[in-house]
Design a protein around this ligand. Structure first.
Ligand code: MN
Length: 251
């Protein structure tokens, strides 16, 4: 019997479920450590308010690269809230065809965010890197000196060589079930050190059993990692828990 207590969903959009408050309460009641990422700074106050009343849910202050084209003006608001949280996300870069036109602006915003995080120190940052692993790593290397903050690459789909570079830079990886649908991604995930892995759903953008994933569905990811490394689910859960503890240790 596996207890869900101690599962980790390090990237979930709880504010995009039909009932935000209920989604937060359900994650908390299940004992799943859930990082509730946000996509615009305007969403921060409500996420912060709901998360701070829980034991297991933490809110992250974000400005999603896919929204930078229309919401870059909210960067001042992002700055204004920065001191209220240790957790940042979702931030990063997206070079997919629909967002490429804002790519220069995305780079400016991501540089700004990393610089502010480096100045503030001790932030934990959930980073989106669709079709742009190299540029994301270049930005981190340039603007977030080692020891000035910690990066968790969310749904990373770069090459093995790019993953190796990220590992050398100290990055963690939050892995979701959808990544196990591709042989290339499985091969990359299997090359990641177990001690740098976290689990995520990216709900509600992924599905589990035909409905939007919820935080406790990271159990599916735990099982997939277990198959990859020949470990039981309990062993994987213990590892992920230890990784989270290591990540959150003050630097
Ligand atoms: Mn996301």
């Amino acid at each position: 019997m596996i207890t869900l207590e101690g599962l980790v969903d390090f990237h979930c959009h709880l504010d995009l479920y039909p009932d935000h408050r209920a989604a937060v309460q359900e994650a908390d009641a299940a004992g799943v450590f859930t990082l509730a990422v946000t996509t615009t700074p305007r969403a921060w106050p409500r996420n912060h308010e709901f998360a701070r009343a829980t034991r297991h849910v933490r809110a992250a202050l974000g400005l999603h690269p896919q929204l930078v084209g229309e919401h870059a003006s909210e960067l001042a608001l992002w700055d204004a809230h920065l001191a209220e949280t240790r957790y940042i996300g979702e931030v990063g870069l997206d070079a997919g065809p629909r967002f490429y036109k804002s790519f220069d602006l995305q780079k400016q915003v991501f540089e700004h965010i990393l610089r502010r995080c480096a100045e503030a120190g001790n932030k934990v940052i959930s980073v989106h890197s669709v079709r742009t692993a190299k540029a994301v790593l270049d930005h981190i290397e340039a603007y977030l000196p080692p020891g000035q903050g910690k990066i968790v690459l969310h749904w990373f789909t770069g090459t093995k060589a790019e993953a190796k570079r990220a590992i050398e830079m100290g990055c963690y990886f939050s892995v979701n079930a959808a990544m196990f649908n591709s042989e290339r991604h499985i091969s990359m995930v299997s090359a990641l050190p177990l001690e740098r892995l976290l689990t995520e759903t990216d709900g509600p953008f992924t599905q589990t059993g035909g409905r939007p994933s919820k935080p406790s569905d990271v159990l599916v990811v735990v099982e997939a990692i277990g198959r990859l490394h020949g470990l039981s689910s309990l062993e994987v859960i213990a590892n992920i828990k230890a990784n989270l503890r290591g990540l959150l240790e003050f630097t």
